[in-house]
Structure formats: structure tokens, C-alpha cells
Design a protein around this ligand. Structure first.
Ligand SMILES: [Mg+2]
Length: 377
């Protein structure tokens, strides 16, 4: 049996032509840490971590000695080794993004070794394509922000999306104006979600939720700090808008907190941070046990997108009926050549849907020329 020979992290970076911001900070550069795991027969798999890229790179280097010489198919054993090696100081956070990147690469390898797509190896495809929603509508320094957001929303509608997400968290009055302007522009037959990136206190979140209920909001994401579990559950009692969260949550125990305290209607683990495909499959099973929807958070290259696509193709939704309940995943539409040029094939939605790749593993490959071009020197 082939064995793991090398584990190589790569940090890629791109300075944006137009910076944008959300409630927490400004983006002027996109940087991502990828990992390539190669076996002694030359087979390789790609993974990716979500979060500060240089720190994830150090995390991957920390885990590397645990992996060399092992059978790449023994993913849960390797996962457990990394988990136990980091448990004392990393029950949340960036070291788990490094573990997640490695786990995603091991799943890609597993698929290539066994000649099967990841979604099949997860237990099967419930669906051959997945509905996506467009993530965009960030803040920019614009004179008429609400009009600019409405134009962007109309663009997504014209591209065929029937679901999209906009940022809130500037201040309540401005948020209300932006949401109402966007809703008016796109009409009533489009799902519109709002994301505060935990900008608000509980009273502020309640006020905003009540003010935008009439704008037909499909979910309110990260209304309050991810530390305030009871604020999440209290907010849920005050509004008919479904509450979403979980992109800052890690491991099945973090999500158990969200579920037991009835914080969310929609759980949003990031596969490249919360513990990889291995752990998010467990989280998806737990979400289903609690009757909570799962819509993965994604913010990266085609590797992260493919991982989310395979998992979303596989998961059972809590709704049970003859026509399998629709699953949904996030599709970032902001400027990002690391997403569009680094990984082949590029994920281009048709009528807002993405086909689940058929090729073995994740079904994507990194363009080595593009990797050299974007590699942080
Ligand atoms: Mg978010």
C-alpha cells in the first residue's frame, strides 16, 4: 500500500483591484493556504485551509511529521492523531484550519486511489447538482451604496441565481435602507439573506430583524457574537426570520453547543476550518439529528468549493418528502482570481446550480503555472 511521502503547504495571494469591506474589516488582498499531499507512488491530493494563510501554513508544518509514512486511506486514524496532538491548545481556531486542509487533501487522495468521487465515498449522491446562492453585496466606498448594491443584486438575478446574500452591519438605519432597496430591485421571487458578521448586540439584532421582516428575509446570519449562544437563542424567539451561524464554530462539540442551545435554524460549518470533510460529515449527521439545516460556508478556491459541493451532494436534509428536499451551498462572487484561475475546472453555475464533479477525488486540479504566478514569495 502506498504511503504519504510529502506534505507541502503553499500560500497564494492576490492584491484586489477594488477593495471591499464588511462589518469587521476591509479586504484589499486575498491570501489562501493550500496543501499538497503526495504519496510514494506519485499520487497526490489537494486541500485548503480557511483563515490567515501564513498561520495555517505553520499549522500544516506542525502536523506534517505525524503523517509521513502512513497509509493515506486511514483518514479517521490520521484525523484523530492530529486532533489529539492539538487538543490541549486548539479546541477552536487556526490549528484546526490546518487540520482541515490536510483532511480535505486526504479525501482527494482517497478518491484518486479508489477511483471514485468524494461524494460517492461519503455514502452516495442524493443529488447530481446543487443549488447555490450568490455571496456578494459587500460594502464599498460609494456615494449611493444602496443603489450600487441593488445593481449588483440585479446582476446575480440576470445570471440565473434565485438566492443571494448581502452584508448588513454598518448601522441599523443604513442596513434597513440597503435591504429595502435591494428587495425592491429584485422583486419577491428571489431568496434574499442578510449577514451581519456578528456586528450587533442582542437588542440591536432584534431591532434590525423586526425592521426587515417585511422584506422577506430567508435568513439572518451571524447577528451577534459567536460567543453569545444565549443571545442567538433569544433572538430566535423574537423573529420569524430563520437564524444562521457557525462559520466561526469548530468541531462537532462546537456545533453541539449551537444545537443544544437551539441557536440556529441553519448551521454553516466551513469544511476548511471546522475539521475537514471527516468532521463536517459528522456535524451534518448531528445537524440532521437535531432537525437543523446545514448550508456550508465557503470562502476560497475551487478546492474548498469542490469539497462543499461533494458534501452538499451527499447530505440528508431534515425535510422528508417524495421530492428530496433541496440542499444549498454558498458561492462567493467577489473578485478572486485564486478561485477562478488557480483550480481547473472553474466552477461556473448554470441557473444558479453547480454540477457535482464526476472525476475521482474532488475532481479538480491545481494549475501549476497559476500556482507559481500567485505564490507568495
Ligand atoms: Mg457569513
Amino acid at each position: 500500500m502506498t504511503k504519504i511521502r510529502t506534505v507541502e503547504p503553499f500560500v497564494v495571494s492576490h492584491e484586489l483591484e477594488r477593495e471591499f469591506y464588511f462589518s469587521q474589516w476591509k479586504y484589499d488582498t486575498r491570501s489562501i493556504c493550500l496543501v499538497k499531499i503526495t504519496c510514494d507512488d506519485g499520487t497526490f491530493g489537494w486541500g485548503e485551509g480557511y483563515g490567515p494563510a501564513q498561520v495555517i501554513k505553520s499549522g500544516i508544518e506542525f502536523f506534517r511529521p505525524l503523517l509521513i509514512g502512513y497509509n493515506p486511506l486511514e483518514i479517521e486514524s490520521l484525523w484523530q492523531m492530529m486532533y489529539l496532538r492539538s487538543l490541549d491548545y486548539a479546541r477552536r481556531g487556526i490549528l484546526l484550519s490546518a487540520l482541515s486542509a490536510i483532511d480535505v487533501a486526504l479525501w482527494d487522495l482517497r478518491g484518486k486511489i479508489l477511483g471514485q468521487p468524494v461524494s460517492v465515498l461519503l455514502g452516495g449522491r442524493r443529488r447530481k447538482s446543487v443549488r447555490t446562492y450568490a455571496t456578494g453585496m459587500y460594502f464599498t466606498e460609494t456615494e449611493s451604496l444602496s443603489e450600487r448594491l441593488a445593481q449588483e443584486a440585479l446582476g446575480y438575478k440576470e445570471q440565473g441565481f434565485d438566492a443571494m446574500k448581502m452584508k448588513v452591519g454598518l448601522n441599523i438605519e443604513k442596513d434597513i435602507e440597503n435591504v429595502q432597496t435591494v428587495r425592491q430591485a429584485i422583486g419577491s421571487d428571489i431568496d434574499l439573506m442578510i449577514d451581519a458578521n456578528h456586528a450587533y448586540s442582542l437588542p440591536e439584532a432584534i431591532k434590525l430583524a423586526q425592521a426587515v421582516e417585511s422584506s422577506q428575509i430567508s435568513w439572518f446570519e451571524e447577528p451577534v457574537s459567536p460567543e453569545y449562544y444565549s443571545s442567538y437563542s433569544q433572538l430566535r424567539q423574537t423573529t420569524s426570520i430563520p437564524i444562521a451561524g457557525g462559520e466561526c464554530e469548530y468541531l462537532r462539540w462546537g456545533f453541539l453547543n449551537l444545537f443544544q442551545q437551539q441557536c440556529v435554524d441553519i448551521a454553516q460549518p466551513d469544511i476548511c476550518a471546522a475539521g475537514g470533510i471527516t468532521e463536517v460529515k459528522r456535524i451534518a449527521d448531528m445537524a440532521n439529528t437535531f432537525g437543523v439545516d446545514l448550508v456550508p460556508h465557503t470562502w476560497g478556491t475551487g478546492i474548498a468549493l469542490s469539497a462543499a459541493l461533494h458534501l452538499t451532494a451527499n447530505i440528508d436534509m431534515p425535510g422528508s418528502r417524495l421530492n428530496n428536499a433541496e440542499a444549498l451551498m454558498e458561492l462567493d462572487r467577489t473578485e478572486n482570481p485564486l478561485r477562478d484561475e488557480l483550480v481547473q475546472p472553474t466552477f461556473s453555475p448554470h441557473n444558479g446550480r453547480l454540477q457535482v464533479p464526476d472525476k475521482p477525488g474532488l475532481g479538480v486540479n491545481v494549475d501549476e503555472d497559476a500556482l507559481t504566478r500567485y505564490l507568495l514569495k
